[in-house]
Design a protein around this ligand. Sequence first.
Ligand code: URA
Length: 187
Amino acid sequence: MKYPDKFNSPVPSFGPIDAELLIVGLAPGLKGANFTGRPFTGDFAGDLLYSTLSKYKFAKGTYDARPDDGLELHNCRITNAVRCLPPENKPTGAEINNCRPFLISQFEEMPNLKIILALGLVAHKTVLKTCNEKISAHKFVHNTTHQMQNGLTLIDSYHCSKYNTSTKRLTEQMFHDVFETIKVSLK
Ligand code: URA
């Protein structure tokens, strides 16, 4: 085996089940969650995500890109639309559909869930489908809030990927602004 230490299995969600905020990413990254077994851990995207969670007091401890770094999430849980590493790092429609039942159970298992933060368009659409919402009724717009029929609030953000941050589609300030919106919505 080339990488005997590699996790290479469906990546479980991270964070307390009684959290009010659920962050939905895309899929485990090749060198990140697929390797480490914790969402966004070891990925470039995790650097911005976890530093922002610490700034807004959703995380405590030091993020060190390892699942045993001791980082704890508070009132926040992280999952992905797709639980396994997709071929070419791009999930197909079939993979997204196959993983939807897991996402449904995530929502149902969280007794205090209020806000879902979708990182990127795929997560946005997957959350809407999971909640039986009309996709055409909710356009993906960065830092926009959508009220859903089931009482949950969906907030959109561009994904904190290396591509989006290096092209400046998403700046650190834009990502922080989303968390300002979340904090206000949770009050
Ligand atoms: N790592 C994850 O766990 N999810 C993403 O969406 C990207 C990187």
